[in-house]
Design a protein around this ligand. Structure first.
Ligand code: SF4
Ligand code: SF4
Length: 625
């Protein structure tokens, strides 16, 4: 490369300079025409009421991990992820080289190759150029020849971008052997320059906009996993029309790189529903392109489907997988809110659920006296302020036969461990299903009534068998007041694991099913496994931990009747059965119910299904014999 040798003098001839400057102006104009329009749409969108830049530490850590190290992309798909990471790192390294290249054309080069740093840097960049060329060729082969179905139809834009990147790297490397004063060297310089200039408008007009937007989208996330934004004032109905679309939603819609990772992991899509999380994001983008940020057309219609919005189990797999920081759940739940609050969603099962909660305060529709009878019959102590824990029963623990067995198993362990607890007299549903189905009024009523009762009862610490209750009390109720700290029983049991009896003989194989609201939502993966490992031989299903596959119950889906396509719980049950385990362990009463049905449908002789509390209690019973 002779660039540095030309430093300070005009590198281009007069006519060449005219061509160069005209091309720069044209490409910059085409680039800005699109970027400016997108940024204007984002800016004209509604500000997000829950967005706070602070604390910066969390944002910076995430940015460093996911953007600079590309750790998430590599972790989820090691080989293509590494190839993608090299392309990204190459872009970073080439920023300086590219600026110098363009500056050279007008005689303002600032990185002399003769200097010590320049000599090092150009060669350092050459190493990356080779890595990027190989990586982009590999990614192009994957996209155009291997063609994973999640990437969707072939896109000419991707081919053009891959070609441009390859040409950029190849011409950079060729520059080391082709002196620029020769005709071949000059041709090479122009090939590099043209590829560079054309690249600008191409990325602005294609999904490769993510090259510019994704670092900002990761940094400026909503500030929590599956975070549901608050409604502001009486006129806020959720995502109903374009006027309700917030800046984060529109920025994220334009950031999507259409990689399909979200769809690849979506239990609804994998079992034949029409919901496709990628299309939810692209639908929002298509709406904004057609109607703009302040469109008065309903969002649910041409670009976004109401049926799809109500097929989501809120498992969070999409949001967890997305490599560019897109948060699907605030959008999906926002669309549900818009539909419910404006009366557009009509569903017999949904109406029954809402009525059950309004009339009886529980999602199963039982009279409150049923719960009292259960408490009295089993001698569960009532919380009076003197006990360490308030044991929150939840709808399943209060009324469902399997849920009650889990509560009683946990109560047995707590007594054995000498941990005092009591249950509330007037507990109502936390509001989890209605929160996630978009009925905020009902959710607010339930949250406030419960908070008031908890406050009046002087509760200091709470414990629950249900990850949905833990999430809703710990996170969603914050809009209406502060609840005492709550933990899931797996966390407590793991803390006391050494005091739970171990089993050294006849250790049967137990396959553990990760509950979405315990794993992805709360980051609890090891604790239930610790409890199981004291009693049986733990084995893992193919999709476990962060990749865990939903049971199909979340997001209110358990109450909405028959599903289209294959049932999610059946698909998961088949996966668990295929491990050959003689017992299935769960740590959520919703999972327990769904898997019980799924296992019974999938096998004439299904394995035993136990909650981790029942596993720990079985150890106690065995020890006392
Ligand atoms: S939350 Fe789960 S079910 Fe809903 S769209 Fe995402 S992956 Fe699909
Ligand atoms: S939303 Fe995220 S995961 Fe889904 S296609 Fe877009 S970039 Fe990929």
């Amino acid at each position: 490369m002779l660039e540095s040798e030309q430093e300070g003098s005009m590198f281009l001839s007069g006519p060449e300079l005219v061509v160069f400057l005209s091309l720069v102006a044209l490409c910059a104009f085409l680039f800005w025409r699109r970027i400016g329009a997108v940024l204007s749409t984002v800016h004209r969108s509604r500000p997000d009421p829950d967005f706070h830049l602070r604390p910066l530490g969390r944002r910076l850590r995430r940015f460093f991990w996911e953007v600079m190290l590309q750790a998430k992309v590599i972790r989820e798909r090691p080989l293509p992820g590494l190839a993608h990471a090299f392309v990204f790192w190459g872009f970073c390294v080439f920023a300086l080289v590219t600026l110098n290249h363009l500056a050279l054309a007008v005689g303002l080069a600032f990185l002399p190759q003769a200097g010590g740093f320049g000599r090092f840097y150009f060669r350092f960049a050459a190493v990356f150029a080779a890595a990027v060329a190989v990586s982009i060729a590999g990614l192009a082969i994957r996209r155009f020849l291997v063609r994973p179905k999640w990437l969707g139809p072939l896109s000419p834009g991707s081919g053009v971008v891959a070609l441009l990147i390859f040409v950029l790297m190849a011409t950079y490397l060729a520059g080391f052997w082709l002196p620029e004063e020769t005709a071949a060297g000059r041709l090479n310089w122009w090939a590099h320059t043209l590829a560079l200039l054309v690249f600008l408008p191409v990325i602005a007009h294609t999904k490769h906009l993510h090259l510019l937007f994704s670092p900002a989208a990761v940094f400026l996330d909503r500030g929590g996993f599956s975070k549901i934004p608050p409604l502001v004032g009486d006129e806020d109905f959720g995502l109903d029309t374009g006027r309700d679309v917030t800046r984060l939603v529109s920025f994220q819609a334009y950031t999507c790189v259409e990689c399909g990772r979200c769809t690849e992991h979506c239990p609804a899509n994998l079992t034949g529903k029409i919901l496709d999380p990628k299309q939810v994001i692209l639908g929002a983008r298509a709406y904004l392109n057609e109607h703009g940020a302040q469109g008065s057309e309903p969002l649910l219609g041409k670009h976004l489907s109401i049926e799809a919005a109500f097929q989501c189990t809120t498992c969070g797999a999409c949001e967890y997988q997305c490599p560019v920081g897109i948060q699907h759940l605030p959008i999906i739940i926002g669309l549900r809110r818009g539909a419910v609050n404006t009366g557009k969603w009509e569903d017999r099962y949904g109406t029954d659920l809402f009525l059950n909660l309004e009339r009886h305060g529980n999602s199963l529709g039982f009279a409150h006296t049923e719960r009292e009878r259960f408490i009295q019959k089993n001698g569960l102590p009532v919380y009076n302020g003197s006990q360490e824990y308030c044991l929150w029963l939840g709808c399943m623990g209060s009324y469902d036969p399997q849920g009650r067995e889990i509560v009683l198993a946990l109560a047995q362990i707590l007594r054995e461990l000498g941990i005092t607890f009591g249950v509330l007299r007037k507990e109502q549903c936390t509001g989890d299903p209605v929160r996630r189905l978009g009925n905020d009024l009902l959710f607010q009523q339930l949250a406030q009534a419960n908070l008031e009762h908890i406050r009046a009862s002087g509760v200091a610490k709470m414990l629950s068998i249900c990850p949905h209750c833990v999430r809703t009390i710990g996170e969603d109720w914050r809009e209406f007041g502060t609840a005492p700290p709550i933990e899931h029983h797996s966390e407590l049991l793991a803390r006391f694991a050494s005091r739970l009896p171990g089993n050294t003989a006849n250790r049967e194989q137990v396959v553990y099913h990760d509950a979405c609201y315990l794993g992805r939502y709360r980051g609890i993966y090891n604790q239930p496994r610790q409890v199981i490992a004291r009693w049986g031989r733990l084995i893992e299903p193919p999709r476990a931990r962060q990749q865990g596959f939903c049971c199909g119950a979340g997001g209110g889906m358990m109450f909405l009747g028959e599903e289209k396509g294959q049932r999610v719980n059946r698909a998961r049950a088949e996966e668990l059965l295929a491990t050959g385990a003689s017992a299935v362990a769960a740590a959520c009463p919703f999972c327990n119910t769904m898997l019980r049905d799924g296992l019974a449908a999938a096998s004439p002789a299904p394995p035993r299904l136990l909650d981790i509390a029942q596993i720990a209690a079985a150890g106690l019973s065995a020890g006392s014999q």
